[in-house]
Every structure is written in structure tokens, then in C-alpha cells.
Design a protein around this ligand. Structure first.
Ligand code: MG
Ligand code: MG
Length: 272
């Protein structure tokens, strides 16, 4: 599909992204010690289908479930299982939805019960780095500007930026061009234009940036066993500037958190 989306196409991606946002908000209220990722996966599948959409990951490249559920040292692409969550865990949930032929795809790392302060810090910095990257997604900038911003922000805290997995363009395919690495050189790579839609998704490790993969062919985890965080938004360039198509507001509503982090990137015409 074209790198440049029409405003009608952007609205359809926004609709699919909103279904993912609401799914994550629903899940936020269900995440607690004792719950299994398979139970959450079943809730998400029902919720997405009830919104006249199809789970975007189920069957994509033969992935077996609706959600990628990656606890603790798992970076991304974890497969839901029947192990109960425990207090102190973190769990990255990545979710996709397909409606009207267009995808939404975003992710949030949740805390389960009481989480250690250094791990909380990893989540906070990773989420902040996502917005540092989003700021650079505007007309005239290039792919490397986004990656550079994320890399600089997270490495300043001593964290490792995963290289092997990257963000991407988004539309009628889940993964379109351009690739959006979370590292890079300022002023390098593809130039951004009005109407581009991407998923920006820093995957940040508390320790080494090195990763390994389980024999299931899916699960990516840190090489040193330390925790990893993953936050993802869907963003369009509208009037030259980054505009969020996804929102974490439903999550914050579920958790009773007040946040104005999305205000600079909010559409002028759409409220969540
Ligand atoms: Mg994703
Ligand atoms: Mg993605």
C-alpha cells in the first residue's frame, strides 16, 4: 500500500486503533495477581469481535492468539499461557485489530501488584521515549530522527535498545514501509511526508540490548534475564505534525491515573 494515506484511510486506521485502545483499557481492569494471560487473551478476542473487528494478530504469520503477552524478561511476541500473573510482574500486551480492511496495532506494559522501583523506572522512561520519538515524526524530518531521539533518551538511563525488532508503517497491512528503528542517526533515512501513518514502538531492556528467542519460534527475551518494556502508539502526520490515532486514555481511566502526556499530539477534531 502507498506510504501516503488519504484522510479517509487515516480515519479507518483511527477506528481500528481505537478498538485496540479500548481493548487495552478493558484489560487494564482485569490484570491482577492470579489471572493468566490465556484468560486475558480470551477476553480480548471476545471484546474485539463484539466491536465488529477481527483480532489482528490471530493467524498473522501463523501467530496462535489474539494478544502478544510478554512478561518480565520477555521483550515481545510472547504466547499467552496458563501461568498465573504474580505481584511484582510486569507484562507487555501488544494487540492488533482489523476492521474495514485497516489495522490498528499498539502496546502497553502493565504493572501487576507491587513492582520494584527500578522496574517502574524502566516502564516510565520507555513510555517517555515513545513520546520523544513521536515528536520527531513530522514533515521534513526523517526516520533516523525518531530512532535517534528514542535511543538517546533511553541510553542516557543506561538501558539497552533492542535492534532486531522495529516499528513500521501501518494501513491495509499490519507491517508496511517504512521500518521505524528505535535507534539511528539524525537526518538519515526516509523523509516523512503528509499522510504517512506509522507504529512507533520502543522495546527497551533494563540491561543488555541483546536478545534471544525461545524454541517456540516466537518469544523474544532479554539475553541477561533482566526486564524489558514495550510501548506502542499509532500516529499519522496531519497538517505536518504528529497526530495520535491510538490512546492510552482508556487504560488510565481503568487505573484511575490522570495523564496529559497525549495532549500535544491529539487530533483537533476527535476526542477519545
Ligand atoms: Mg504491536
Ligand atoms: Mg507494531
Amino acid at each position: 500500500m502507498s506510504l501516503i494515506k488519504t484522510s479517509e484511510e487515516i480515519e479507518l486506521i483511527r477506528e481500528s486503533a481505537r478498538i485496540v485502545s479500548k481493548t487495552l483499557g478493558m484489560l487494564a481492569a482485569e490484570i491482577k495477581p492470579g489471572v493468566t494471560s490465556l484468560q486475558l487473551d480470551a477476553l480480548a478476542e471476545t471484546f474485539i469481535r463484539d466491536h465488529d473487528a477481527i483480532p489482528g494478530f490471530l493467524g498473522l504469520y501463523d501467530f496462535p492468539n489474539t494478544l502478544c503477552m510478554s512478561p518480565n524478561a520477555q521483550v515481545v511476541h510472547g504466547i499467552p499461557n496458563d501461568t498465573p500473573l504474580e505481584s511484582g510482574d510486569i507484562i507487555s500486551i501488544d494487540c492488533g485489530a482489523l476492521k474495514n480492511g485497516f489495522y490498528g496495532d499498539h502496546a502497553f506494559t502493565f504493572e501487576v501488584g507491587e513492582v520494584a522501583a527500578p522496574t517502574q523506572k524502566l516502564l516510565q522512561v520507555t513510555k517517555e521515549s515513545l513520546y520523544e520519538g513521536i515528536k520527531e515524526f513530522k514533515v521534513g524530518n526523517r526516520v533516523g530522527d525518531v530512532g535517534h531521539a528514542i535511543q538517546q533518551y533511553t541510553e542516557a538511563h543506561g538501558y539497552g535498545v533492542v535492534r532486531e525488532l522495529v516499528g513500521h508503517g501501518l494501513g491495509q497491512e499490519m507491517h508496511e514501509k517504512p521500518e521505524m528503528p528505535n535507534y539511528g542517526r539524525k537526518g538519515s533515512g526516509k523523509k516523512f511526508q503528509e499522510g504517512m501513518v506509522v507504529a512507533i514502538e520502543p522495546m527497551i531492556n533494563q540491561g543488555t540490548r541483546r536478545i534471544k528467542q525461545l524454541r517456540d519460534g516466537w518469544t523474544i527475551l532479554t539475553a541477561d534475564g533482566k526486564p524489558s518494556a514495550h510501548f506502542e502508539h499509532n500516529i499519522a502526520i496531519v497538517n505536518g505534525q504528529p497526530e495520535l490515532l491510538s490512546t492510552f486514555d482508556y487504560i488510565y481511566e481503568s487505573l484511575g491515573i490522570k495523564s496529559d502526556e497525549e495532549l500535544p499530539f491529539r487530533s483537533q477534531k476527535t476526542n477519545p
